[in-house]
Design a protein around this ligand. Structure first.
Ligand code: UDP
Length: 253
């Protein structure tokens, strides 16, 4: 097989040139990082789970009319996605307080926010993804005001969709991060959801017990990350729980 051209390697994924123009192959690695790469581990099989879960969320968004870059899953670790121009901003939506907003605003973890709150961070490892506001985004030209309006509309729709499907599975969507890219469809520019949506980029808690099933398990050393992601996959029906083997009694004669 001809060697594929690697376009980019990030902390959790590798992007390769796709088979057709305008496509990219997104490969999910087992590498798990937190605190801007200061904490690192390779967790065998994590990439398989993030690939499947991201497929589930992205395909669901596509079906709900919320456009994403996802085209199809190719195998256990790879998916085919649309090529697009990435807007260099991480868009975070928070329903409950957790993570950095708690220390920044003095909130207790788990506090329900008065309404969903959007925050923006500049994608820059050197600067540790600093929080930025709309003024920064438009004045430095990272996105136009019209695009920001569209991004807000998009992220609220993503929140409605993700909250709904997770709630039905007994999971609270605490917060999540998305990235957005520009594509040209029939000479019109549109914004689509890109990158991944998985427990690596969302906070997901059990509705009843508050147990964490997301990357905080790794950040805070709470147990097995693989078990947490597998629980999410089981609850969403992305993977089946192993059935209990029925051992047939043998007749002793
Ligand atoms: N997040 C992410 N990538 C980042 C930063 C944050 O996917 O580089 C996600 C994170 O998993 C959480 C949400 O965005 O679901 C909000 O993260 P927060 O700002 O609280 O940062 P953290 O506490 O994770 O550093």
């Amino acid at each position: 097989m001809a060697k594929r051209k690697k376009l980019y390697e990030g902390k959790a994924k590798v992007l390769y040139e796709g088979p057709e123009p305008g496509t990219i192959v997104q490969y999910f690695k087992d590498d798990t990082t937190a605190f801007n790469g200061d904490k690192k581990e390779i967790i065998d099989g994590k990439g398989v789970l993030t690939n499947r879960l991201s497929e589930y969320f992205m395909a669901g968004l596509n079906s709900a009319g919320i456009p994403t870059h996802f085209l199809k899953r190719l195998n256990m670790r790879e998916q085919l996605v649309r090529y697009c121009e990435i807007i260099p901003i991480e868009i975070i939506l928070r329903n409950f307080a957790a993570g950095s907003i708690c220390s920044r605003l003095g909130l207790d973890e788990g506090t329900k926010l008065p309404r969903p709150v959007i925050e923006y961070c500049l994608k820059s490892d050197e600067l540790n993804d600093p929080l930025v506001n709309e003024e920064h985004i438009t004045s430095f030209g990272w996105a136009s005001q019209q695009e920001l309006d569209e991004i807000q509309f998009l992220v609220f729709r993503v929140n409605d969709f993700l909250s709904g499907v997770t709630y039905a599975a007994g999971i609270q969507l605490v917060d999540f991060k998305i990235e957005v890219g520009r594509v040209c469809d029939d000479a019109f520019q549109a914004l689509i959801v890109v990158d991944e949506i998985s427990p690596d980029s969302c906070r997901l808690w059990d509705i009843e017990t508050g147990e964490k099933f997301d990357k905080d398990v790794f950040r805070q050393d709470l147990g097995s990350l693989l078990e947490a992601y597998t629980e999410i996959a089981h609850r969403l029906g992305v993977m089946q729980r192993p059935s209990k083997t029925i051992v047939k009694p043998t007749l002793i004669t």
